[in-house]
Design a protein around this ligand. Structure first.
Ligand SMILES: [Zn+2]
Ligand SMILES: [Zn+2]
Length: 415
């Protein structure tokens, strides 16, 4: 915990830096700025101030450097009266299609080492994601202290590339110039699609898109996996790797799954287990044969065993997108080129061709200079070329961007 007086000093310092950033950098306004609702958070408060609107980019810029919000958001939706205080008086006119990929929702093993929770009632703490109830006192007021790490961000980026290339472009036919890719400034990426034809989609339609991407409710039979009678025997038919949409994706996913499946991960069910062991014993031949579109290279593997493989494959190749962000047509999303109050990083626009080279710990940095801070506790992290920490109760001189990250995360205070 940071003592109150030091916390206030941190906030004044951060606010000064954010103000300077907004004096020197133009924020990039959303399309049709006059139809968007804006929301902001300010230093020293957890509340969101909503229902604001701006008629042009200049008035938004003026607001950013005079009021200096710690976090800035705008509505994915377009409204005729964006500043109306009640949602049903705003006059909804459509909504951009937004996708959110966040390490919070991805399974990365490193979270068990760098994320922490603390019970606000009894002080009990632990590593990893927050439990529903405190194991000591049963309290539910549990604070999460997440960290952003390279592995988590790399995993999120791979999911981002999969979402764009495999789903949005290949399956939905969305073109490169309709997509805006944004690094969230914390643990993930957003994709904004502003195509006119998609603006009218309601919540259910957006949920359907998410289900499609995640592979929810996929019935392998309708994608070509079935037993067919040939003469006296039954043979298994399945989709080919080169087919479009989920058919080809399933076939490729099954190959991936067989290649990566370990003996230990096989389910206990005796019949399925025996069949899978057969498949794994002959792994390379099975994979080669599936590549040719032949689904029964090994005799005696039941349809149930294949269905298990397919189910695992869907989890592997399905998109990992956060449903509520896409389906909520009244949600506020982070304003690109603003600063993220939990990191001091830039919410950065990333060009499509530069996604794989985008490095949040280099390209999203907003500050230059150095400052000395007292760090309570921080895991090892990188800023630019340099690595820092781990720190525990010590004074350190750090590049400003590194210090700001620790101050924003409330794990350090200004000396
Ligand atoms: Zn507790
Ligand atoms: Zn991680």
């Amino acid at each position: 915990m940071i003592p109150e007086d030091k916390r206030v000093r941190n906030e004044i310092f951060l606010k000064g830096l954010f103000r300077k950033y907004y004096q020197e950098n133009k924020v990039s306004p959303p399309l049709s700025i006059e139809k968007r609702e804006f929301g902001f958070m300010f230093f020293g408060s957890q509340n969101m101030v909503r229902h604001l609107s701006f008629t042009n980019a200049e008035s938004l810029q003026q607001f950013m450097f005079s009021r200096v919000p710690s976090n800035a958001f705008y509505s994915a939706a377009y409204y005729s009266k964006p500043d109306a205080a009640k949602m049903d008086e705003k006059g909804w006119e459509g909504c951009d299609l937004i996708f959110d990929i966040d390490a919070d929702h991805l399974r990365t093993p490193c979270k068990e080492t760098h994320d922490k929770w603390v019970c606000q009632n009894c002080g009990e703490s632990g590593l990893g994601g927050r439990p529903e109830k405190c194991p000591r006192c049963g309290g539910q007021n549990i604070e999460e202290r997440t960290w952003l790490c390279e592995t988590c961000l790399e995993t999120a980026k791979n999911e981002l590339i999969k979402l764009i290339e495999d789903f949005l472009m290949a399956d939905f036919g969305i073109s490169a110039d309709e997509l805006r890719v944004v690094f969230s400034g914390h643990r993930g990426y957003h994709v904004h699609i502003t195509s006119r034809v998609l603006l009218d989609l309601d919540q259910n339609a957006r949920r359907e898109i998410i289900d499609y991407i995640k592979g929810v409710g996929i019935e392998p039979y309708y994608h070509g996996l079935m037993e067919v009678r040939e003469g006296r025997s039954k043979i298994l038919k399945g989709p080919r790797v080169s087919e479009e949409g989920w058919r080809g994706r399933l076939a490729r996913g099954v190959i991936k799954t067989i290649l990566s499946m370990s003996e230990e991960s096989i389910p206990q069910d005796r019949k399925v287990r025996a069949a899978l062991q057969k498949l794994l014993k002959d792994r390379s031949r099975v994979v080669a044969s599936l590549g040719e579109g032949i689904w029964d290279p090994v005799r005696g593997v039941s349809l149930d065993a294949w269905k298990y493989v397919v189910k695992t494959a869907i989890e592997e190749v399905g998109g990992k997108v956060d449903e509520p962000v896409t389906s909520d047509v009244r949600r506020l999303i982070r304003l690109p080129t603003s600063l993220h109050g939990k990191t001091g990083f830039k919410v950065s626009l990333v060009k499509l061709g530069e996604i794989s080279n985008f490095d949040p710990f280099r390209h999203a940095l907003a500050f230059k200079g150095e400052v000395t801070v007292h760090v309570n506790e921080a895991p090892r992290f990188r800023i630019g070329e340099e690595e820092f920490g781990p720190f525990k109760d010590e004074d350190v001189e750090l590049p400003l961007s590194a210090a700001v990250l620790l101050l924003c995360k409330s794990v350090a205070y200004l000396k």
